[in-house]
Design a protein around this ligand. Structure first.
Ligand code: SF4
Ligand code: SF4
Length: 393
């Protein structure tokens, strides 16, 4: 298993995380899934459900091994009239949180994820109804260690992150969503007319969100990496061709700030397939050529950090250099500062990340080999010159 830092939380999380779909459908699956996860080194799991029976089953599966797992459990996911609901009623939210601790048999949750906020008015309700304050209180008491937010809408996520409390973002990431503007109702993303005319380049707001998360040290945990399965199926995929599950995971993991992809597996076979990402070859993980060949997708001039242009004869990690270049430019642009301006500056985080790279843009030989391999016509030589100018080496 491969592990990554979950942003500034400092937690080392497995790149494949476990969702809870399988044990919501059948509680008896929980023990089997936790056994599989432990054996494979999967140490992170998401528990969005408020179903008391599923929570109890997870508590039983965790018995004697609580410390081996990092729990991402949802605040505001409640159980009412025998079914799951999202609530912004503080008393209901408090009661559901207490229930989660009791049923899971633990006295703390690692990441208390404020559940499912896709509308700006809803984020405001989270603030106005005291739910954000409640999360802060839980954190101060050590009953949650970090505050998270789950969302499908980049606009809301950007606002919440900019306001400062959110340390972990659970966000829906797959290449189809990435090319569509955010919406307050995620179901809009499934409307047929959305896909008319195909797709062109990444939605700038989503790009900005990922860059903001990386800049602020907010770790992203990914949901919906397979878009509910549609992008695995040539007939259903809006792009007109399919990716494999490994390629979908690889795509999500190559977005800035992403630490882990939650497998929404419904059975052991699907979970094993996700875990198999770690043993997959570089060829199996590579998605750029498949992506570039999609009949209804065009992605041009903008780096998607796919590493397809590697290896470089000067041993530059082109994807990393380009990512740090884009992060610095985005950071300045968000403050209204254009590249080339006298007040343009490199933030300390990016300066440090760039420094530890083995080779830098200044090592570029301008040979152009990388550009012959990039399926997206990224002007890599020019980017290397820009990065050298900005970072100084
Ligand atoms: S420059 Fe092209 S090939 Fe290289 S990482 Fe970016 S998009 Fe991929
Ligand atoms: S142009 Fe520069 S970055 Fe690209 S392969 Fe040559 S040395 Fe590497």
């Amino acid at each position: 298993m491969e592990y990554r830092k979950l942003g500034k939380t400092g937690l080392d999380v497995s790149v494949i995380a476990m969702g809870c779909e399988a044990f919501v459908e059948d509680n008896s699956n929980a023990m089997k899934f936790f056994d599989m996860a432990e054996k494979a080194g999967v140490n992170y799991f998401d528990l969005f459900t408020s179903d008391p029976a599923a929570r109890t089953a997870v508590g039983e599966a965790l018995e004697g091994r609580r410390e081996k797992f990092i729990i991402q459990s949802h605040i505001s996911s409640i159980w009412k009239n025998g079914q799951y609901e999202r609530s912004r009623n503080l008393e209901e939210v408090k009661e559901a949180f207490e229930d989660s601790l009791e049923r899971l048999g633990t006295d703390y949750i690692d990441v208390g994820m404020i559940h499912y906020c896709d509308a700006e008015s809803d984020w405001q309700a989270i603030i106005d109804n005291g739910i954000l304050d409640y999360a802060r209180e839980l954190k101060a008491q050590g009953r949650i260690h970090h505050i998270g937010l789950s969302s499908h809408n980049p606009k809301v996520a950007v606002r919440a992150i900019t306001e400062g409390d959110i340390e972990v973002l659970m966000f829906s990431i797959n290449y189809v969503y990435d090319m569509l503007p955010g919406t307050e109702d995620v179901n809009d993303l499934w409307a047929d007319e959305v896909y008319e005319g195909g797709f062109k380049n990444m939605d700038p707001e989503r790009q900005r969100l990922y860059e903001l998360c990386e800049d602020k040290g907010v770790g992203i945990t990914v949901m919906k990496a397979f878009a509910g399965g549609d992008i695995l199926d040539e007939k259903l995929s809006p792009a007109g061709a399919a990716l494999t599950p490994i390629q979908c995971i690889s795509y999500a993991l190559s977005r800035p700030a992403v630490a882990t992809v939650c497998s929404g597996a419904r059975n052991e076979e699907q979970f094993a397939q996700s875990i198999g990402y770690c043993d997959a070859s570089d060829e199996e993980k590579a998605y750029a050529e498949a992506f570039a060949a999609f009949p209804r997708v065009s992605w041009s001039g903008h780096c998607m950090y796919c590493t397809h242009c590697h290896p470089c004869p000067a041993e530059i990690s082109i994807a990393d250099v380009t990512k740090f270049l884009n992060l610095v430019v985005a950071h300045n642009e968000s403050n209204g500062i254009a590249e080339g301006s006298e007040v343009f500056r490199v933030p300390d985080t990016e300066r440090e990340h760039y420094k530890v790279l083995a080779r830098h843009a200044g090592d570029c030989l301008q040979c152009g080999l990388c550009e012959t391999r990039c399926p997206f016509d990224v002007p890599i030589r020019e980017n290397m010159k820009r990065a050298e100018r900005i970072f100084g080496y």
